[in-house]
Structures are given as structure tokens and as C-alpha cells.
Design a protein around this ligand. Sequence first.
Ligand SMILES: [Fe+2]
Length: 278
Amino acid sequence: MNVLDLQKHGFVTVQYPVALRRAVHAAMSSWIQFCDLPDHEKRKLSGGDRIEDYGYVRRQDSGSKADNKEYFHLFKGRAAEFHDKSASIADRRALEFLQAGDSLIKEIHPIVMRFARDMEKFYRMDGFAREVECSSDVWTFRYLHYFGGETLANSHADRLGFTLHLDETDTGGQYLCIRTRKWMPWPVNHQQTIIFPSLGLQHRSRNRVKALWHKVEPTPLSIKDGRFAMVAFIDFPQDREWDKYKHQRVQDLPEGFNYDLTFEELDREYFAPQREAA
Ligand SMILES: [Fe+2]
């Protein structure tokens, strides 16, 4: 891992240690199995509300940039709640999915913290590693399942701190290189993952790194059979956060809009003081 690579293409590659690779593989297999459960069983692991959604979610949007997918948001702070809820599901696949998630959360910790410490050191971000560590209860593991057809992830930059793209069952993922402004396939496979900044880290680093735009293009395989993927969103507390009331959907902004902004422009136009959800 070399965090200075963030200024070359916009991401860093990380070779998986054996234990983490196993945990990622087991988590993905268990998610594919979980998705096979009947809808009414999966919905028993839903939680939260429209503002704070976690657990199992089935999205059926409409419109030109609609998403049709199911996903699961898992994080340590809710793990006990999910385990309690899974007691009402007779099928073992629910519990196996949660257990695989527990070990993924544990195994990923050293890599996340190494990235955070390196960012602090090389980009002069005092206190950053501690901020990341203190947020480990809400590091969010997003398990995705697209059902097939043409619509996959439209181009966007993520809003929170930084993102690890952990695994996927098909190619098609691309990033918008911060230097060449060309779309390129991202180098994710069973041996390595990539970590890239989201808008929160661009702001926290005072623009030293840029939130990477990315998308998933359909392939013949994903159109026919769908696509499973796993990412981890790592966040940390900030005084100012992405102004979601002014700019609700990042995918509606021009691709790479944030690559050329000054820090002052980014802060003034797109960030606002943190406010509690109503
Ligand atoms: Fe994303």
C-alpha cells in the first residue's frame, strides 16, 4: 500500500493478507446464499428508516437513473441487533451470513487502520487515524446484488470518508482517472482490493486527495445473471459534511466535477455544518 499513489490515478491497491482474503471470500459466498432466502425472511433483517437505513434493503426506484437492486448494510454497532433478529429465521443461511460478516469486520481492521495512519503521516492530517478508529462501530459493509439487465451503478463519487472495494462476481467496474480523465477498468480481484477517497476524505485532506468517480458497466454475464459485490465505507466525524440538502445525488453532478475545484470552492459550495437528521 502506497498512499502517494492516490495522487497518480486516484486509488491505492492493497494485497490481501491470507486471513482477510478468506474472510472476504466467505462473506461473499454467504451473501449469495442469503439472497436466495425468500423475501419475507430477508426482510426480517431490515432496520432503520429512510434516513438511517441499515440491514436488508430492497430498492425499486423509477426514472432514468433508477437502481433496481437489493443490498445489506452491516456494521459492528448493529451486529448484536441483527443476531437477535436472525433468531426468528429458521434457515441457517441468515446466521451464517451474519457470522461471516463478523469475521470480515474483524479482519479488515488492520488494513483500514494502516491506510488511516499512512494518510495521517504522508498528507499531514493530524489526528486522522484516531478519528477513523473511533468510528469503527459505524464502518459500513455494503453487500450488493443487482438482478441483471442493463442498469448497474451509474457514475458517481461516494460521499463519506473512503471506500474499499472488496469483491465482485464480474468485471465491469471502472474509475475515472484523476489525471487522464479517462475511464479505466479497476484492478479488483481475489488477490487485491482498492481503496479510494470519497468526498469526505477529499474535504478532510484539504483537497490533497480527490474523491474518485467510478461506475459499473453491464457485461453480457451481468445482464444475464446479475452481479454481486461488496464494499466497505469508512467514515469519521467532521465538523462540516457533504451538503445533502443542496446536492442530494452526487450522480446528478458532472463527472469529475470535484477534480479541479479548489478547497475553498469545495467547502463553500458542497459542504455545510453538520446537522442532525430531522
Ligand atoms: Fe460507489
